[in-house]
Each structure stands twice: as structure tokens, then as C-alpha cells.
Write a protein that binds this ligand. Sequence first.
Ligand SMILES: NC(=O)c1ccc[n+]([C@@H]2O[C@H](COP(=O)([O-])OP(=O)(O)OC[C@H]3O[C@@H](n4cnc5c(N)ncnc54)[C@H](OP(=O)(O)O)[C@@H]3O)[C@@H](O)[C@H]2O)c1
Length: 341
Amino acid sequence: MRIILIGYGVVGQSLTSMFLRRRQETVKDYGLNPKVVAIVDKGGAAINVKGLDLEKMLLLKKQKGTVAVDKEFGNLEISPLEVITSTEAEVVVEVTSTNVKNGEPGLSHIKTAFKTGKHVVTTNKGPLALAFPALTELAEYNKVFLRFSGTVGGGTPVLELAKKCLAGDRITAIRGILNGTTNYILTEMAEKHIAFDEALSSAQKLGYAETDPSMDIDGIDPACKVVIMANWIMNKKLTLKDMDVKGIRDVTLEALEKAAKRGNTIKLLGSIDGKARVAPTEVSRHDPLCVSGVLNAVTFVSEFAGEETIIGRGAGGPETASAVLRDLLDISHNLADKMLT
Ligand SMILES: NC(=O)c1ccc[n+]([C@@H]2O[C@H](COP(=O)([O-])OP(=O)(O)OC[C@H]3O[C@@H](n4cnc5c(N)ncnc54)[C@H](OP(=O)(O)O)[C@@H]3O)[C@@H](O)[C@H]2O)c1
């Protein structure tokens, strides 16, 4: 499987490290032999149709900041779209930064990959949150696969639990803690009896929250994940603009303490139950959803199987790269099945 890797930050580098560590197993146990033929970052690209030396790429990125300075295979001028169009490959792995204003540059990368007959694996929530129905249609039209397991729950197989393990059942509602940063802040407030600002600065010191934390604390990141689940699992044609979104800026210590007296706490829940929304919600401390710290948890309510809750780490480079690897395996199995029929 020839792969074009667009974006070489935390997730992209974790993925190539994982390829290096797991190559023997992926070939022997799964019949997947990934060959990275191009890597793109903001500095340009490195391209080798025979497969790039990934150890060298990781070292170059660390030491020089871009893979485009590689003496043999680097190109400082080429754009990501030119790389996608002109390089032969089966799959584009799109792991550039999330942008919820217009989905770029990821949206154009994904559309160009489809138009040139390439499957896409992405962890980038922006394009999916803004244009999920259009992107799945375009993938179908071009007869290619779009996979995005890492967009919800990092490495935790949230989407697969619903889509594969509960296949045949009907999921009637979903509710979940979909953002580790806000869960950490609310947990700190409740357990240490501190105000929102103090908990936020603790999250920033530990690297859980960005300097501009609005994607998390205003609920936009979990809203993107709700959109993805609503479309993929419940077949609802939603985009971000259809969501009711409220973050945690107004959650007070007093409100948390009142909830505690009732045996509850307040969590930022994303839910699809008729309406799709994100809002601070009182939850029983005995509810399996009530996880602490940076953990994520999602409960699926299904017609026959009842309620299942999946809990795990919602982010992290190696964790999210493991979701990308699962998606690559899924595509490779689907392609093998197609060849048999
Ligand atoms: N990290 C996680 O735990 C996690 C979990 C789930 C989902 N995600 C999502 O996965 C994606 C990647 O995350 P990350 O943590 O790896 O981000 P990151 O460390 O910020 O890396 C982003 C990469 O994209 C490249 N890039 C950005 N704009 C570009 C452009 N216009 N042209 C070419 N390259 C461009 C950057 O290039 P430079 O290296 O040159 O700056 C960088 O290599 C994001 O959408 C994120 O929301 C991340």
C-alpha cells in the first residue's frame, strides 16, 4: 500500500514511528505492507516512489523542521495538492491541523485525493464537521474509501464499536464526554474545589489546553465529534452549523458543589437524542460515563443490545496513530474483498 502523508506533526510522526516498530507484524499478521512514498509539511515535501527512509525522515523533521530539505528526495517548492495529484499512491493520510472556519487546507487535500482516485484516512475533524455529507458522497462517486477513526476518541475505537460491533442493531441515542481538556478542568474544579480560571491555567501548564483554549472550552471540538457520530453512526445529514453548542466557561464552583450534594457532578456532554447538542449537563456519579481527568467516555443506546459505554484516552500521538493504522487495515481488507468478488 503506497501512502502519501500530508502533515508531519504529532500524529504524522507517531504514525511513521509505528510503521518502523510494527512493520514485521503488519506484514506477517495482517498482510499490510505500508510504503510511504511522500511526506508533506509546511516546508514542502519529500517524495520517493520506491518508499522513503522513515528513520531518516523522522530525524530530518526533528533536526531541520522540515522533510523538504532532504538532499535526494526533498522539494521546497511543491504544494500539497501537486504532491497528491502527481504522486502515484493508493491512500492519502491527511493529518494537518484542524480548521473549523473553512476546513482548509484539509478539505482541499481530501477532495483532490478523491478526484485522483485515492482513498483517504484522516484524523482532521474540520473537513468532516463542515462537509460530512458532501465528502461521503464525493468518496462514493469516485469509488474510494474515506476513514476517520482517529477523529473521535483518539485511539479508542468509539466509531468502530458503534459501526462494527453493534452492526444490525439500531442506535437510538448517543451521549459522551468527547473532550479530555474540558473533562480535566471540570474534574479539577469538582475535586480540588477551585474556580474555572485556576483549573484552566493548570490544564495549560500541563499541556492539556492550548494557549487559545476556545476550541475546547467553548465546546467546538466535541461538537465536531458529535457531527461525525451523527452522520456516520445514525445517518443524520448534519454539519456543525446545525448543532446547539454551549461550552464550560459559565460552569461555577457553586453549581458543581450543588450537584455534588445530589450525588451528581457536571460534565460537558455531547449528545444526539432527537437534537444534536453539546452542553454542560448534570450526571450521576454512578453513571459509567462519569470518568475523570482527561479520559473520554461514550454511551451508545441501542434498540436491542441496550446501553454500552466505551472509555479511553481521547488523544495523544501514538494513540491517534493507532486509529490511522486500523483504518489502513480496514481499507486494505475492503480492497482484498473487492478483488475476490
Ligand atoms: N494530537 C492528537 O492527539 C490528535 C488526536 C485526534 C485528532 N487530532 C487531529 O489530527 C490532526 C493532526 O494533529 P497533530 O497533533 O499531528 O497536529 P500538529 O502536530 O499541529 O501537526 C500538523 C501538521 O500539519 C502540517 N500542516 C499544517 N498546515 C499545512 C499546510 N497548509 N500544508 C502542509 N502541511 C501543513 C504541519 O506542518 P509543519 O510541521 O511544517 O508545521 C504539521 O506537520 C489535527 O487535525 C488534529 O486535530 C490530533
